[in-house]
Design a protein around this ligand. Structure first.
Ligand SMILES: N[C@@H](CCC(=O)N[C@@H](CS)C(=O)NCC(=O)O)C(=O)O
Length: 210
């Protein structure tokens, strides 16, 4: 049986949400972060040589890294309407946001987190510039289309979701000046699969959608 190992308040919530949108049968195992350093506990670190979330297992099979897990799940179970065909006008935008989410948007967020909150240093201007551009791109895209990958929810939305929601719950970042993002998060919050995923992944914590 496929097992999704979810480290609380982490990017592995993406995998729970993806499984719920795809309607896959899976076991979910929850792990709390360590109290002393907020990292994954030893039990989680033992799952995969990299020791970070997400990880999935199935018998002796182990796979880490959000993008690899997305690709693996789509290859095993089919895209279930979450991946536009290459003929679709949404194909390129879907690919852009699917990959940009982790490769650029998340990376910039991490650099800002390390500088600002961990080192209590000034965020380097090039990081601040990338972050400002990133949030502007998000607001613009959601003014053009209902979802990042076009008129329907795609894997791009699921890859983007953590940084727009749970990550903001931790950073305290507001989105008052972003009406398109606010409307989008309301749509996401109305999805039964998202509600189900978050109730399982973060029991007792309302999703951060405002
Ligand atoms: N690019 C990786 C990033 C994984 C990552 O940084 N995970 C963080 C949680 S958001 C983690 O496991 N932190 C706990 C630790 O490092 O022990 C992915 O998407 O899989």
């Amino acid at each position: 049986m496929l097992t999704v190992h979810h480290l609380r308040l982490s990017q592995s919530e993406r995998i729970v949400w993806l499984c719920e949108e795809m309607g896959i049968d899976y076991d979910l195992k929850l792990y709390n972060r360590r109290e002393d350093n907020n990292l994954a506990p030893d039990e989680y670190k033992a799952l995969h040589p990299m020791g970070i979330a997400p990880v999935i297992t199935d018998g002796n099979f182990v796979l880490g890294e959000s993008g690899a897990i997305f690709d693996w799940l789509v290859a095993q179970y089919g895209d279930r309407g979450l991946f536009p065909a290459k003929e679709s006008p949404d194909f390129a935008n879907h690919l852009f946001f699917l990959h940009w989410a982790n490769a650029t948007f998340m990376t910039n967020g991490m650099m800002a987190l390390v500088a600002g909150r961990m080192l209590q240093a000034e965020i380097p201007p090039f990081v601040a510039d990338r972050m400002a551009k990133s949030w502007a791109i998000i607001e613009q895209r959601l003014g053009e289309a209902e979802y990042f990958g076009g008129s329907q929810l795609t894997t791009a939305d699921i890859m983007m979701g953590f940084q727009l929601t749970t990550s903001r719950a931790m950073s305290g970042m507001g989105i008052d000046g972003m009406p398109n993002l606010q409307a989008y998060l309301k749509r996401i919050g109305e999805r039964p699969a998202y509600q189900q995923a978050m109730a399982k992944a973060e029991p007792g914590m309302p999703p951060k959608l405002d």
